[in-house]
Ligand binder design. Structure first.
Ligand SMILES: [Cu+2]
Length: 217
């Protein structure tokens, strides 16, 4: 009886060694491909990630732009850039949420007046911009942007924003490219809707058959 147990033990040991060995081989192959995919993914997302958004599109950062609806349908991700182009009568003040809602320009976080301002969206969260001219802000020259992180998006795009109460609302401003300032700069990234997550998903979808092929061979 003991001998029999020993024999079967030895048998299972051999089987175990064999399977463990092949699994090890498979996992190292898997790991190698996985690492390759990660490196490829990082390269692709690095290249595709940064989108430059021209605030107000062709009208630019202007009183004629419909800046309230401009961010709708756009996904701002970490690494994207906002370009403010404006005449000397305007400016860009980054402000806190409270000051954004009340158009308070006396306590800005940062101010820009050079007519061509690039703002890097370096971290997730809400960013608030107003024109330094308070009357322009009241007339609609202000912008709220929600920056998504690189993970799953925390806030849905086009989510209802806090409606500022008791202040002038731009009544029926339409973004009219014909009357707007001629925009000299073209759009760098036409990829407003797609975030970096989409690229990652595409990548997985396209590389998955490849991975399977390599694993099975
Ligand atoms: Cu202004």
């Amino acid at each position: 009886v003991y001998r029999h147990i020993y024999a079967s033990k030895a048998k299972t040991q051999v089987i175990e060694n064999f399977t463990v060995g092949s699994i090890m081989e498979k996992t190292s192959k898997k790991l190698f491909i996985f690492n390759l995919c990660i490196i490829f993914g990082i390269l692709v997302t690095r290249r595709c990630n940064a989108t430059t958004y021209f605030v107000g599109d062709t009208s630019g950062w202007d009183i004629s732009s419909d800046l309230e609806s401009w961010p709708l349908g756009k996904r701002f991700s970490v690494g994207d850039v906002l370009m403010f182009q404006y005449s000397s009568t305007h400016s860009v003040y980054e402000v806190a949420k409270d000051n954004f809602q009340s158009c308070n320009t006396t306590d800005p976080i940062r101010t820009f007046t050079n007519g061509n301002t690039t703002i890097a969206l370096s971290k997730p969260g809400d960013r608030f911009f107003v024109c330094g001219n308070r009357l322009h802000c009241f007339a609609g020259m202000r912008l709220q942007v929600n920056v998504e992180g690189n993970g799953p998006s925390p806030a849905p795009v086009g989510a209802p924003r806090d409606a500022p109460t008791g202040i002038l609302q731009p009544s029926s401003k339409k973004n009219n490219p014909a009357t707007g300032v001629a925009s000299s700069a073209p759009h760098i990234g036409g990829r407003g809707l797609r975030g970096s997550m989409n690229y990652f998903v595409y990548l997985i979808v396209f590389t998955f058959p490849l991975i399977l092929y390599f694993i099975n061979n």
